[in-house]
Design a protein around this ligand. Structure first.
Ligand code: SF4
Length: 371
């Protein structure tokens, strides 16, 4: 095989033995223009052999790669088959024809793919790719909340473990959170819902709806780091820029932005409006990936890295596919219960476009659940 130095007894070599030769160059040259603004010509020969090997292995293994918006540009643009935010990935995972799914994202996303596609093999390149939000709450915590508030629906962000989803009533993402909260309240005939585990998403949603919300003290370690002062400083330095925030940011950050929405909504805003200059207040790779799609927009990148997302690398994807390792399993009973919560969300009418949050709304008090 061109582009490889063979290991005896293994058709696919160790990652370090993959080389950038004429054959690899010929097979990958068409991909470089997609990432030329974020990957230098000097770096490309380091990425290209792995990109080539992964794309060939995908065909051999009958695999599809789901790449979240926070993946680095070489993964997102050069090996990802389905790209987007967590809602889109969850929906597509359920419809994928391939027998093998590689989740280029964190563990809860791989669990979601497995729950929605129980007959498929789901691999994650690094089993340690976690999430501070997912780690903030357990299934036992949700059972305790349920016991304390049996009359209220529990709306759970998809950034949670399978067990947490299993004991919840319906899931939501940052794209459809307001829609789900209002639908859950209507279905239960109540004016209050419990929304877990992201306290900031809950507070930002509460400002958009008349439904009252109780929440949990979880947070995304990436988005909670942004402060109102950061936004004020950016505004002063770049008065001509449009500032976009993710609703996992604290409410006083979102209130100072021009636009707020899920990663999908932010990407759609930039594409549809082509601002001269944009500042995305979110994870670092998001700006790189939106920049690739919008070469005419200048990006200021005051981002924070997600250490969990950054555990996913081309090398890890290659090794997972080569050895068919790091398979994600979910207890079948828990999977059935979690699937019901996810399905309740997926059964809601699909929104034509990712909605955004009105950043001008007054903050609303959102107490924590008492358990
Ligand atoms: S960016 Fe935040 S919510 Fe997303 S995986 Fe990282 S810690 Fe979790």
């Amino acid at each position: 095989m061109d582009g490889m130095h063979f290991t005896p007894g293994n058709d696919w070599p160790e990652a370090d033995a993959l080389v950038y030769d004429d054959a690899v160059k010929a097979r990958t040259d068409h991909l470089y223009p997609r990432v030329k603004d974020v990957i230098t010509p000097m770096e490309w020969p380091l990425f290209a052999p792995l990109i080539d090997a992964i794309n060939r292995l995908k065909v051999e293994r009958g695999a599809t790669i789901l790449a979240h918006n926070y993946m680095t540009p070489e993964i997102f643009n050069c090996v990802g088959d389905i790209t987007g935010d967590s809602l889109k990935l969850a929906q597509v995972a359920a419809e994928a024809e391939e027998d093998v799914i590689v989740q280029a994202g964190v563990h809860f996303m791989a669990e979601t793919a497995k729950i929605l596609s129980p007959g498929k093999t789901v691999l994650i390149p690094d089993m340690e790719a976690g999430c501070s939000l997912a780690a903030s709450i357990t299934g036992a915590d949700v059972r305790a909340i349920k016991a304390a508030y049996p009359h209220l629906p529990i709306v759970t962000y998809v950034n949670t473990s399978a067990e947490v989803k299993a004991y919840s009533d319906i899931c939501c993402t940052s794209s459809n959170a307001v829609q789900v909260v209002e639908a859950a309240a209507a279905q239960w005939g109540v004016d209050t819902v419990i929304m877990i585990p992201d306290q900031y998403l809950a507070k930002n949603v509460a400002a958009q709806t008349s439904i009252k919300i109780l929440t949990w003290k979880g947070a995304c370690e990436v988005h909670e780091q942004f402060t109102a002062q950061d936004i004020d400083d950016l505004r002063a330095a770049h008065p001509d820029a449009v500032i976009l925030t993710h609703p996992e940011c604290p409410p006083d950050v979102m209130a100072r932005a021009d636009f707020a929405g899920s990663t999908g909504a932010m990407a759609a805003y930039v594409k549809d409006n082509s601002p001269k200059k944009a500042i995305l207040i979110t994870e670092c790779s998001m700006s790189d990936n939106v920049a690739v799609e919008n070469p005419g927009v200048q990006f200021v990148r005051p981002c924070n890295l997600c250490p969990h997302m950054k555990r996913i690398t081309l090398k890890g994807i290659y090794e997972a596919l080569r050895d068919m390792k790091h398979e994600v399993h979910v207890d079948p009973e828990i999977a059935d219960m979690a699937r019901a919560s996810l399905q309740a969300m997926l059964d809601l009418p699909r929104l034509a476009a990712p909605p955004h949050f009105d950043t001008g709304k007054a903050p609303v008090a959102v107490p924590y659940v008492a358990v």
